[in-house]
Design a protein around this ligand. Sequence first.
Ligand code: PLP
Length: 442
Amino acid sequence: VPTDVPLPPSTTQSEGLFARAKAVTPGGVNSPVRAFRSVGGTPRFIREAHGAYLTDADGTRYVDYIGSWGPMILGHDFPAVRNAIQAALLRGTSFGAPGEGEVELAELVTRLTGAERVRFVNSGTEATMSALRLARGFTGRNFILKFRGNYHGHADGLLVEAGSGLLTNADALGAAAPSSAGVPAEYAALTLVSEYNDPDALDALMQERGHEIAAVIFEPVVGNAGVLIPTPEFLAALHRVKDRGVVLIADEVMTGFRLSLNGATGLLGLQPDLTCWGKIIGGGLPVGAYGGRAEIMDFVSPQGPVYQAGTLSGNPLAMAAGLATLRELEADPELYARLEAYTTQLAAGLKDLAAKAGVPLTVNHVGSMLTAFFVDAPGGIRTYAQAAPSDTKAFAAWFQHLLARGIYWAPSQFESIFVSAAHTDLELNATLEAARGAYKEL
Ligand code: PLP
């Protein structure tokens, strides 16, 4: 149980592993945000994870709010998922030929989401990259449009004004507008950028350039600039792009099966042409997917002329983990309400404790996603520009104080945390108690 004045947990083993990792891997990590660059300190090397907890190489247990950045909605090591993976393992790990698991998961995903066709890939990045190629192939147009601070994975054309690690590591990239070296300017020029939650800007861009634009891709609830919730006016403007023959692509890699069985799309009453999934759809194994209207999806090879393939796509272990996860979500109709109740109490507690400690805080949350922005924004935070003034130094200090008290929060101000079904009142109370101590120390 976290105490008010904790002894900082030992990080000897993690430090040793980090030193070894840095010698053989760029920055010592295989995905940038894991490096703790924006909060400082040693990233914890995780030995195992069960339920709502991570255990690091030094044997310290943490209440986990990362949830592997989204997939672990049921908590770690969920028995039905583990059993499904074990059973699949005994039948073989990869066939390079179709199998029943792919059919079953595709049938379940189409039934839950209303997509008419779905294609499995290995990551969210592959899903968005493939969906954009498909939209270009379908429309014969070259431009795409995305929103500032939205993140859709690391395909070249999407690393323009992107969120997530690109916001966190913006300084390291030496760019005022976050982007990436290695993306040709000529290619990035095919990506138009508009402001999230600004329907007038979107309408104006569509009026001027709509006939050249293959697709508009967006996060239906943003997680990658911190949590941002779309306004009804913005959602209406998104729907209007379809009138110009533009393919509307909802990137539900983070929100799919997390905010409801039909993601943010179901929650908000959206009707995209195509949807991208990842994270939960693979139950903790590497899976992505894209799907939607048959008329468009049937342009994908071998049915149509848009090429897309994958040695490990539809991998039997990954399909088994995804199926077990989605089946569990469907079998527990109260689950989403429970997740939301926990998150709502967490938000209320954080705001209350921050106010008592005189710390400016604005909390955005929906379902089991939450960001505590260290800024006083009485009008709310709806865009990255409104989130940007957050006090990232105060956040970093708060993060370290939480970590010292056994709470593993997302190591960046501009990320969502994820609550899982394994989080109970015990973890909620421990988190709020730790947060109280952490605010006091700021
Ligand atoms: N799209 C969104 C909305 C995401 O949050 C992410 C990852 O965080 C991606 C795409 C990329 O997915 P992956 O990391 O599996 O490539």
